[in-house]
Design a binder for this molecule. Structure first.
Ligand code: ZN
Length: 306
């Protein structure tokens, strides 16, 4: 398969849900003005970080990868898993590729990414991490860079998701997104980069000044922001996608064949209306799968901090 982009940069915003549409985000709006955007991508069910980031980086749902926050915090991701991470799939296709995983919540790098495949990595708070990442982009021009910001989720837990304080933190992270985008421009790679912003889940707003939570399947928890910009990306609204589709999007962009669609395994797909490519198969409905179910979850809201 032809490689479409030399570089893919994914900026993950933990706990942002669909709330980008309510926040003051001029940089996000400008970066994706000609790109593809949706505020209705579906999270994984349950709407918890490990289940969601795991689905995105592995291309399989939580009912298959079976990761949770406790596991990814305490167990290195198996290097021989039948569900390799995107990083391993890219490494196997391109042995010399520069791969980076820079996450505030380090269990993503520790518990979802294999530790033996030469992935550059670091962890720090969002504001501290961005200068490190920008230097990394300028110096290494990574083939694939994944990063995760955690502060938006922190604001949601503390103040409630969708509150003024939560939206203010999204606005502050907007500046950080622009820093990363600008670093790719400084490095001279932005014209050959697929640039993505994606959230893992949203959360609730109980009001009364109480903090929010997530893990359930209310609209505030299950709908998330996804945006992509780059050559060949169609301008407009993506009608239907699941966050796990990130895995298919990244492989397609780097010219790597994805596994066959399999309800017991790989269920990541290229959303309709994302790329200007008639050869992409029609999007399949996966809503009957447990980890993608658009139903009221029986999973209770948890006190998960992430
Ligand atoms: Zn999360």
């Amino acid at each position: 398969m032809k490689r479409k982009f030399s570089h893919v940069i994914v900026v993950g915003i933990d706990g942002a849900g669909s709330f980008f549409k309510d926040a003051d985000t001029p940089d996000f709006d400008r970066i994706f003005a000609d790109g593809a955007v949706t505020y209705d991508a579906l999270a994984s069910n349950p709407s918890i970080s490990a289940e969601c980031w795991g689905a995105m980086l592995l291309g399989v749902g939580p009912e298959v990868h079976k990761l949770n926050n406790g596991i990814v915090s305490s167990t290195p991701y198996p290097v021989d898993s039948p569900y390799p991470s995107l990083f391993r799939r890219i490494r196997e296709a391109y042995p010399d590729a520069e791969l980076g995983s820079f996450c505030d919540w380090n269990p993503i790098t520790y518990g979802i990414v294999e530790n033996n495949i030469g992935v550059s990595h670091d962890t720090a708070t969002d504001d501290e991490l961005v200068p490190v990442v920008c230097d990394y982009i300028r110096n290494k021009k990574p083939d694939f860079l994944f990063m995760q910001f955690d502060s938006v989720d922190g604001a949601g837990h503390k103040y409630g998701y969708g509150t003024a304080e939560h939206l203010k933190r999204i606005a502050e992270v907007d500046v950080l997104i622009n820093d990363v985008h600008s670093a790719a421009a400084d490095a001279g790679i932005i014209d050959d980069t697929l640039f993505i912003v994606i959230a893992d889940h949203g959360g609730t707003n109980p009001g009364n000044g109480k903090g929010g939570s997530h893990g359930g399947w209310t609209d505030g928890e299950k709908y998330v922001t996804f945006a992509a910009s780059g050559k060949g990306v169609k301008h407009g609204i993506i009608s239907e996608m699941n966050i796990r589709d990130l895995a298919a999007i990244v492989l397609y962009s780097l010219g790597i064949d994805a596994p066959e669609f399999d309800e017991q395994g790989w269920t990541a797909q290229i959303p309709d209306g994302l790329f200007d490519d008639a050869d992409i198969p029609p999007y399949r409905d996966i809503s009957h799968l447990t980890g993608a179910a658009p139903r009221i979850s029986k999973v209770p809201h948890t006190s998960e901090l992430i």
